[in-house]
Design a protein around this ligand. Structure first.
Ligand code: DLL
Length: 434
């Protein structure tokens, strides 16, 4: 049985989707030019007028926008509508500098919910299901996005949020959760807890919708075996809306991008040149229906490739391979986006020099992160502060910067290996982009 939430859109012939994209793009470019000074200036600088954009074939004429632009325009510079027409914000993790605050009109939320509903239906969801959402709720988009999608499908929605494993298991067994939505690493944790407690026969899960961080095929098979479910990947980013920008169907062979709302491109991250289908490069999105926070040619920094090969699920929307790396140095640790520069700024603020190393690993299903930093010679000569106190202070500073607890080891001056070329700041032993 084929499963779609909006069959007429999800299986629309490719030429028709492209015609729809062209029509929407032309309108959207005029909309941002007329309503957002930032876009007007950028397009004027690039010598492009809305009249030059006749369809998707002209997309390449428009300038890119980056996370730095979002930072410069924080908080209201990219608003496409008056603030009074916005009903919600969501935000990425990370404090100073790196935080993105995205705005939504009610219509933007409805579209986002529909995107998540398509993902839930593709994973087998119907109004008979109990959908257990244990992505974080609040500013993070995971909980609110899947929650909205689950309502649209008519599932009984359990807004669990993350953490408190005992409570998760209790609701799961008492209320018979059939679909679970969370990060793959939390899913693996729950699977372990379920098996340890001998609860496998008491759970009714059939599918999981897992994303927000990179995960491997091995991890998918592990979770599927441990829980006896089918595990579906889901991708998205706060800037573009949240989860549901793309999602896997029953074929589990790449994620269908919701092409009626987002136009994807793959570019060479060095030159910005648009690459042909099948080549690996940086994923760029243009939102063609969003009003409050309309992003045009936004560089995600995620590396992957696209394919138009027909999919036997019947969906015609283009597929992206799961992210295969990043064109910047962002890491996702414990589900939170972390940049080495954030860690460096805490260290420098506390008087350390830039002699540090970040070691990331996964023990069992849990990410670990240890920041090793050298004492300066002055600190080493100062006996009034203990190493333990120094470490505690850095742990606290990092917790407040990143929102997660990382381990800190303060080491002797000159004990971290110096590199002869670029400094090797990060050692990520998880090897998630396989
Ligand atoms: O992670 C939104 C989301 C929530 C997606 C729930 C899926 C499920 P951000 O916090 O803004 O938004 O982080 C976005 O996370 O650019 C990728 O680098 C990474 N990411 C998201 N989904 C996947 C995935 C949410 N399925 C950043 N596989 C993105 C690999 C992913 N990486």
């Amino acid at each position: 049985m084929k499963r779609y939430y909006q069959p007429e859109i999800e299986t629309m012939p490719v030429e028709q989707i492209q015609a729809l994209q062209s029509e929407r793009l032309v309108k959207q470019v005029k909309f941002v030019y007329d309503n957002v000074e930032f876009y007007r200036n950028r397009m004027d600088e690039a010598g492009v007028k809305p009249e030059d954009i006749h369809g998707i074939e002209d997309l390449h004429k428009l300038p890119f926008i980056t996370k730095d632009d979002l930072r410069d325009q924080y908080p209201y510079g990219l608003l496409g509508v008056p603030l009074k027409d916005c009903v919600r914000i969501q935000s990425t993790s990370g404090t100073t500098g790196r935080r993105v605050v995205a705005f939504y009109t009610q219509e933007d939320i409805d579209i986002w919910d529909e995107c998540c509903a398509r993902a839930i239906v593709a994973a087998g969801g119907t109004n008979e299901d109990v959908c257990h959402v244990c992505y974080g709720y609040g500013l993070f988009t995971g909980g609110p996005g899947l929650n909205g999608g689950s309502h649209k499908v008519g599932c009984l929605t359990l807004p669990m949020s993350s953490g408190n494993t005992e409570r998760q298991l209790q609701f799961m067994t008492d209320l018979g959760s059939t679909i679970i939505c969370c990060t793959p690493s939390y899913a693996a944790n729950l699977a372990e807890a379920i098996n340890e407690r001998g609860l496998r026969d008491k759970i009714k899960l059939k599918a999981g919708i897992f994303g927000a961080e990179p995960w491997t095929e091995e991890m998918r098979h592990n979770i599927e075996d441990m829980l006896g479910i089918k595990a579906y990947d889901i991708y998205g980013l706060t800037e573009i809306s949240g989860p549901g920008v793309s999602f896997e169907c029953e074929e589990q062979a790449g994620m269908h991008i919701q092409e009626d709302h987002f136009i994807p491109e793959i570019i060479n991250p060095e030159t910005g040149e648009v690459l042909p289908e099948g080549e690996i490069g940086e994923l760029v999105f243009t939102c063609i229906t969003k009003k409050a926070f309309p992003l045009i040619r936004y560089r995600t920094r995620d590396l992957c490739y696209l394919t138009r090969k027909p999919c036997s699920c019947g969906r015609t929307h283009i597929r992206m391979h799961k992210p295969m790396g990043r064109s910047d140095d962002m890491m996702v640790i414990k589900g939170v986006n972390v940049w080495p520069s954030q860690i460096e700024s805490v260290l420098l603020n506390q008087g350390y020099q830039a002699n540090y190393q970040i070691v990331v690993d996964r023990i069992g299903n849990n990410d670990t992160c240890e920041v090793q930093v050298e004492l300066t010679p002055e600190m080493a000569a100062d006996n009034t502060v203990s190493i333990e106190d120094r470490e505690k202070k850095v742990v606290k500073g990092l917790k407040s910067m990143l929102g997660i607890k990382v381990d800190v080891k303060v080491v002797e001056p000159k004990s971290i290996t110096r590199s002869e070329g670029k400094a090797v700041r990060v050692i990520d032993k998880r090897d998630l982009y396989k």
